[in-house]
Ligand binder design. Structure first.
Ligand code: SF4
Length: 694
């Protein structure tokens, strides 16, 4: 920390995406006036995207939740609480009372105890976000498991990278990025598949673009033309829901042409021969299949070209939610790891696998055990809880009665929001810890305002497993998330044991010692600039799997799954896709540069809000004239509000793209319960919709 007159410059970490850029906040009179990146920033490399640079107005927003809010109708429905606390409640507005934190947590703890006594401990669930620090995430799962004695804890990775964890853990024993970002400078070939990296992970994209400009070594595989395409050697636009097909085809080419790494396969992997036989006999794995797919015939040549270059060079693969948010997302991730295992493109500098994780601490939230099947450090949970979609069903059938929601907007960013809205009406109690009145907060019985990342101390883990000990840029009277949990814990008659975030983290280093035993605060503080990548003992581990994989026998595994034609490809094969009607369009969703997720923080920053103040539908110029410039999208599950349409040559005919940042657009009302078959991540990346002109 440096001081100059009354101006402080404080180093911390960006609160938005999983890239986890180092930032320096310029603070005057406890107000952030500027955020920039130091030239020698290891992650940022001296640059920040628009969110990192300008996205700090939200900290001082008048719309922050400064005092707890208690729903009036909730108090009326609970006469015991009313009798006990009525005098402490003050008018906030027509919907909510307000009170101090002590009263709010007393009311919450009494209600939680009543629900536990009446309906049993497993009627409680906790769904967390990944914007908060590891100390709060750790306390959150501990509160759920140990205090409420419920196994039902989950986090927002359910709607993003859970398939990456599942797919990588199954095949190589560890569900995290294998290399640091700077290995991009040591690689010879890069595949970006299902990732709009320039908008979703811009500072990683900087490195990819630098190398692509210099080496012409980039392949982009996606259903639409993303911004990075102009730097790509191979611009591989694929049909919807064909990731697994394309990845299996690449494996087929590598086997058929025998350009795999025999020595790596022999020494480091298990089951290659059986996998080879399956792929070579797979009726869909030969890229010639695309010769019959109208509009995508070029893929019959392009896929082999990409596969060859990947196999013979030192290569990296990057992916995002375009891979994971599908019916077969976990299997597609396994298919990605197969390619690395066959070619030896893993376990060394400049070669590896990079799932580009979404939120600033989603890696950390998973590491801390905010998953129903893993305790901290990915230890198997003895009592496996339900995943979020199952919890929603539990709310519908009445078995789930109470929800604690920490920084996750389930009525906005989860699928089938019409169903979720009905489900939460069945709950006896919803408590939300948030910065702003997000959509779920509007439905809550108790809302407690908490500190933002720029107001607190704590550990964040970015998409390359790098721990950053964040320090507050400004001081705040609000509690950290874990402090709310501490009050609840103590009011429920238990000892929280800790007074500071450092004490909680010390417990993490002991409980989750396989990754964090050497990651004490003093070391993280000393290495704040460089960061440390887990597992951290005496040294940290920038590259995983150098000698062995983290599977039971140390060998990489192949878990073959055959692609089955469906959706757009089946319709093309059946000569039904290129019809004239307004139904049967295929929609994919994604983010824009200016916003993050439900825009909880970004929409409270004027510059970011103005940059993208509505979700606009992108449609192909070839479809121009079919439905005008205002439409509603409709499915059997619901419909959006009226959307403005922009025509572009960046999407293929009869396909559509839209962002989902603004709750009022109701984009997630049109998604049903289609999800990854292993891990229940919603199929946000492919939806057959009807376009209704307005
Ligand atoms: S790339 Fe991500 S972490 Fe970096 S400044 Fe932008 S939003 Fe923040």
């Amino acid at each position: 920390m440096t001081m100059k007159f009354d101006v402080k410059e404080i180093e911390s970490v960006c609160t938005y995406c999983g890239v986890g850029c180092d930032i320096t906040g310029v603070v005057e009179n406890n107000k952030i006036t500027k955020i920039y990146a130091q030239k020698d920033g290891v992650v940022s490399q001296g640059k920040l995207c628009i969110k990192g640079k300008f996205g700090f107005d939200f900290v001082d927003s008048d719309e922050r939740i400064r005092e707890p809010r208690i729903r009036r109708s909730f108090i009326d429905k609970n006469p015991k609480l009313k009798a006990k606390f009525e005098e402490k409640l003050k008018v906030f507005d027509d919907t909510f009372w307000t009170c101090d934190l002590d009263t709010a947590t007393s009311i919450a703890s009494m209600k939680l105890q009543e629900i536990k006594d009446t309906f049993g401990s497993e009627s409680f669930c906790a769904i967390g976000g990944a914007r908060t620090n590891c100390e709060s995430s750790y306390s959150f799962q501990k509160f759920c498991r140990e205090i409420m004695e419920s196994p039902h804890v989950d986090n927002c990775a359910r709607v993003c990278h859970s398939p990456s964890l599942k797919g990588m853990k199954t095949t190589i024993g560890e569900g995290a990025a294998t290399n640091p970002y700077n290995d991009i400078y040591d690689t010879e070939f890069m595949i970006v598949i299902g990732s709009n990296t320039m908008e979703a992970h811009p500072i990683v994209a900087n490195r990819i673009v630098d190398m692509a400009k210099k080496e012409n070594n980039l392949a982009i595989i996606d259903v639409r033309e993303t911004k990075m395409v102009k730097y790509a050697k191979h611009n591989c636009i694929i049909p919807y829901e064909s990731n697994l097909l394309i990845l299996n085809m690449m494996a087929y080419v590598i086997m058929n042409e025998e350009i795999y790494d025999e020595s790596f396969i022999e020494n480091r992997t298990d089951g290659f021969e059986a996998f080879k036989e399956s792929i070579l006999n797979d009726p869909y794995a030969n890229p010639d299949f695309f010769k019959d797919i109208e509009g995508y015939e070029y893929l019959a040549k392009m896929i082999p070209n990409i596969a060859r270059e990947y196999a013979v060079k030192k290569s990296m693969i990057f992916w995002g939610l375009g891979i994971t948010e599908h019916l077969d997302g976990s299997y597609a991730v396994m298919a990605i790891t197969h390619l690395a295992l066959m070619t030896g493109n893993i376990g060394k500098r400049g070669a590896g696998l990079m799932p580009l994780r979404g939120q600033n601490n989603v890696q950390g939230a998973c590491d801390m055990g905010c998953l129903p099947y893993y305790l901290p450090d990915y230890q198997d949970a003895p009592n496996v809880g339900l995943m979020t979609p199952q919890l929603i069903d539990g709310m519908v059938d009445g078995s789930i009665k109470a929800l604690l929601n920490m920084g996750e907007d389930i009525t906005h960013i989860h699928p089938n929001i019409n169903k979720i809205e009905k489900a939460i009406k069945n709950l006896e109690f919803i408590m939300v810890q948030e910065l702003f009145m997000t959509d779920i907060a509007q439905h809550a019985d108790i809302v407690i305002g908490v500190r933002s990342a720029y107001e607190k101390t704590g550990v964040y883990v970015n998409a390359m497993r790098r721990l950053h000990l964040s320090q507050p840029l400004v001081q705040s009277d609000l509690p950290d998330d874990w402090e709310v949990l501490k009050l609840l814990t103590e009011k429920l008659g238990h000892d929280f044991k800790h007074e500071t975030s450092e004490e909680i983290w010390q417990e993490v280093t002991e409980v989750a010692h396989r990754r964090f035993s050497g990651a004490q605060y003093y070391r993280l503080a000393r290495h704040r600039k460089r960061g440390m990548q887990w597992p951290i003992y005496h040294e940290d581990t920038p590259i995983l799997h150098l000698l062995d994989f983290r599977t039971d026998n140390g060998l990489g595994k192949y878990v073959y799954h055959q692609y089955e034609p469906r959706g757009m490809i089946q319709e093309i094969l059946d000569r039904e896709f290129y019809a004239d009607g307004l139904d049967g369009f295929y929609l994919t969703t994604g983010r824009t540069l200016a916003h993050y997720n439900n825009s909880a923080q970004t929409k409270h920053t004027k510059k970011l809000y103005n940059n993208h103040s509505e979700d606009t539908l992108l449609a192909s110029v070839e479809d121009e004239g079919k439905f005008g410039d205002k439409v509603i999208l409709k499915t059997e599950y619901g419909e959006t509000t009226v959307l403005n349409v922009k025509y572009t040559d960046k999407v293929k005919p009869r396909t559509l793209f839209i962002t989902f940042h603004h709750a009022r657009s109701r984009i997630n009302a049109i998604f049903g319960d289609d999800m990854d078959e292993l891990i229940m991540t919603a199929r946000f990346k492919s939806l057959r919709v009807t376009v209704v002109p307005q």
